[in-house]
Design a protein around this ligand. Structure first.
Ligand code: FES
Length: 122
């Protein structure tokens, strides 16, 4: 997958409801359409984001820490919580980025647990 995939989630003209997502480690911010997952926001920003299971909520390699704007995300389904239980370094704001879709306009800040999102999974 190239970093140029997922560009269709970006909002550039301000004409549609959107949210900004700041990725702390890489100090990059993107404006994306509502409904976009945090994973796809990161990919659209050109970041390496791991998603070993293909975004089917089975691996937890896409784990991120949402440090601001957690209330802008759709609440986690039970399946996400079950998979997240298997991840390392869980804390408040932990989400599976493939499952965390942005539901409301606003600003989010996303950090990566140490050692994660360093290698492409495919
Ligand atoms: S990519 Fe596997 S749980 Fe998100």
């Amino acid at each position: 997958m190239s970093e140029h995939d997922h560009q269709d989630v970006l909002v550039t003209d301000g004409s549609q409801a959107s949210a900004t997502v700041h990725f702390v480690r890489d100090n990059v911010t993107v404006r994306v359409k509502l409904g976009t997952s945090v994973l796809h926001a990161g990919l659209a920003a050109g970041l390496v984001m791991e998603s070993a299971c293909g975004e089917v909520c089975a691996c937890s390699t896409c784990h991120v820490w949402v440090s601001k704007g957690q209330n802008l995300l759709e609440a986690p389904e039970e399946e996400e919580e079950d998979t997240l239980d298997k991840a390392q370094l869980i804390k408040a704001g932990s989400r599976l980025s493939c499952q965390a879709h942005i539901a409301k306009a606003g600003h989010l800040e996303v950090a990566f647990p140490p050692g994660s999102h360093l290698h492409r999974s495919h």
